[in-house]
Design a binder for this molecule. Structure first.
Ligand code: PTJ
Length: 243
């Protein structure tokens, strides 16, 4: 659909188009459309901008990713449709793998997502293996790759809600998420929650990573130590209540 640039909802409609295209290309699940709608509603309530609380989380996330020994990015149908290019840049800067991990199980979609990311330049895309699982989880998301999430100390898990974040933490990992809903289980349980639209977050996170690469370890450790996720979530909830 051709959307005129003058349309008041131009940006939001263009982002929505990417999800629809994701479904058409077999990357995003139909359920992904509903999940996107929920994200849009929270984005609307938050004024469709990156707030200071999100910038603080982005700073802590960049520091934690640079301090990590083995960080991994977990991708799904929605995040791939929205920010495949940025995922690839991110994985290239940090020299880390992207790992496909889906809630709505589908071998066909796993392969489509891997192909889509490779088309965007991803050197290494891992898929889950039936013989490797994390504990404390029953859904399809328990299947992981032994060279990816299984051995990661920090997992970047944008755009999902459910019980995986809690399970990953019980498995001894730190979790960074991007979620426009500060009340979601994932937002509440993650080590660092970026309450913002992933489309705005990823370029900022990339910029911050590149700037922080020059920082001393001690400085990065200070940023992570003073970060308080509860405070960030409270600020986001207050923002919504203040409308
Ligand atoms: O590809 P699959 O099978 O792994 O499925 C992916 C989805 C996203 C469909 C699946 O994980 C799911 O059902 O997720 P939920 O439970 O709907 O949670 C998605 C969360 O992401 C919600 O809290 C939304 O508010 C949030 N969200 C949606 N779009 C965005 C977003 N957060 C940030 N940026 C967005 N663009």
């Amino acid at each position: 659909m051709k959307i005129p640039k003058t349309h008041p909802r131009y940006t939001s409609l263009k982002i929505r188009d990417r999800i629809v295209k994701g479904v058409e290309e077999g990357v995003t699940s139909l359920h992904g459309l509903t999940a996107h709608g929920r994200g849009e509603a929270f984005d609307y309530l938050l004024g469709e901008k990156t707030h200071d609380f999100a910038k603080e989380s982005i700073s802590a996330a960049a520091a934690l990713l640079l301090l990590a020994q083995y960080p991994v990015i977990s991708v799904n149908g929605n995040s791939t449709a929205l920010v495949a290019k940025e995922f690839v840049m991110f994985a290239t800067i940090l020299k880390i793998p992207l790992e496909v991990n889906l809630f709505h199980a589908s071998k066909t979609r796993e392969k489509k997502i891997a192909e889509f990311l490779k088309k965007h330049g991803a050197p290494n895309v891992l898929l889950p293996e039936k013989k490797t699982t994390i504990s404390f989880l029953d859904s399809n998301r328990k299947y992981v790759n032994k060279n990816g999430i299984f051995k990661a100390d920090v997992v970047f898990v944008p755009l999902e809600d459910g019980d995986r974040t809690e399970a990953l933490i019980k498995n001894g990992k730190k979790v960074i998420t991007v979620d426009l809903n500060p009340l979601s289980r994932t937002a509440q349980k993650a080590s660092i929650t970026i309450v913002d639209n992933i489309v705005r977050t990823m370029p900022l996170l990339l910029q911050t990573l590149q700037a922080y690469e020059k920082k001393e370890r001690k400085e990065l450790e200070k940023i992570v130590a003073k970060y308080n996720n509860k405070k960030i979530l409270t600020a986001a909830i207050q923002k919504i209540k203040a409308i």
